[in-house]
Design a protein around this ligand. Structure first.
Ligand code: CP3
Length: 358
């Protein structure tokens, strides 16, 4: 285990080793609910420039850690950096979401996609990782991340966010070999990108499959899970003597959690629809679990937040193997004080569940 970390609760939990309390972090912990984030984004001018300026990306990564006793930092970036580096041209439009100037419309577009060099077109991400790693100074582990090939393909083909995924699903059913060509290319790009993040200093990685849950069961296996598995098979799982754990998170994957646990990942991320105790009974002997409070609970007051934390802890039960998180990203409308109440509640209320392990 990395003995150089001052707080290694999260990495110990992943190995299902004893800890004093349940580690916690929040998806999108560096984001618009924090006034200091909004100020830095203002300074950058726009979201894409914020991602592309290592000093500012580092600044926003550290902001939530200055406010709260979080057990991990997550690189501030976006999953859409890879398609941007392939030349699609990323913009973030206020209250619309991400948009690409040049979405993919044909198989010839797919064949023409370059393979980004992480230390060239994506050097700004690696520079941010190196800077954050240095600034963190071993306080907590740094999580690197990427999107799953399927989730990235949805944005690359739809040109942005989508309600029904009509274009990408049409390709899936009408010309599956074209989609496979794209997914294979993106999986290779993600593998290079994550390995470069590992070399630059992240201590674990997470793959976000935000849109895997919109697929049928066979399509999920063929078009999402198998490409995440391809990435896992190409990842360097050890760096400088330390194991690099992988968290896989498919939103809406309730039916497929056993298959996800079989991929060789270390942690399965759960959305809020799952009963974490039941999931632990099914796959808790193979992997650690991450999740899974409904992010909307943070809209409610302190008592509701504490009650919900309590019930998830109770549901998971005694012992390690649980990384507390939200079931999806924290939303911009949340009062930062409520996020603090949530994090403190996890630490405080989880201690009795780790008593036998101290
Ligand atoms: O968790 C963190 O703090 C790290 C930062 C992070 C961001 N995006 C910052 C961001 C991470 C891990 C992501 C991943 C990401 N990006 C995903 C997968 C995770 C998920 O939420 O399901 C997806 C699907 C994207 C694509 C994306 N980027 C969308 C759909 C949007 C618009 C979202 C919105 O609510 O407007 C973004 C922009 C984005 N990425 C923001 C942040 C903080 C908001 C940008 C802003 O206006 O400042």
């Amino acid at each position: 285990m990395p003995s150089n970390l001052k707080n290694d609760r999260l990495l110990k939990t992943i190995q299902r080793q004893p800890v004093d309390m349940t580690p916690v972090w929040m998806m999108r912990q560096a984001g618009r609910y924090l006034p200091e984030y909004r100020a830095t984004r203002e300074k950058a001018g726009d979201f894409v420039t914020l991602c592309q300026t290592p000093e500012l990306a580092c600044e926003v990564t550290l902001q939530p850690l200055e406010r709260y006793p979080l057990d991990a930092a997550i690189l501030f970036s976006d999953i859409l950096t890879i398609p941007d580096a392939m030349g699609l041209g990323l913009k973030l439009i206020e209250s619309v979401g991400p948009k690409f100037d040049k979405p993919i419309t044909s198989v010839s577009d797919i064949k023409a996609l370059p393979m980004p060099d992480p230390e060239d077109e994506l050097a700004y991400v690696m520079d941010a990782v190196r800077l954050i790693h240095r600034e963190l100074n071993g306080e907590v582990p740094l999580i690197g991340f990427a999107g799953s090939p399927w989730t990235l393909a949805t944005y690359m083909i739809e040109g942005g966010s989508s309600k029904d995924f009509g274009k990408v699903k049409k390709m899936l059913y009408q010309e599956p070999e074209s989609l496979h060509l794209l997914l294979d290319h993106v999986a290779n790009a993600v593998g290079l990108y994550l390995n470069a993040q590992i070399h630059a200093g992240v201590q674990l990685v997470m793959i976000f499959d935000t849109w895997g849950g919109v697929l049928s069961t066979p399509a999920y296996h063929d078009f999402s899970l198998s490409y995440m598995k391809q990435i896992l098979d190409n990842l360097e799982r050890e760096h400088e003597g330390n194991r690099i754990p992988v968290i896989l998170f498919t939103k809406g994957a309730g039916l497929w959690l056993e298959d996800i646990a079989e991929t060789g990942c270390d942690v399965v991320g759960l959305d809020w629809c799952q009963n974490i105790g039941k999931v632990r009974n099914k796959i808790g002997n193979k992997v650690a679990l991450q999740g899974n409070m409904d992010p909307a609970v943070l809209k409610a007051g302190p008592d509701a937040i504490r009650n919900e934390v309590k019930s998830i802890l109770e549901n998971y039960g005694d012992g390690p193997g649980h990384i507390f998180n939200l079931g999806h990203g924290i939303t911009p409308d949340i009062d930062p004080e409520h996020a603090g109440i949530f994090i403190d509640a996890v630490h405080e209320l989880s201690k009795p569940y780790h008593k036998n392990n101290q």
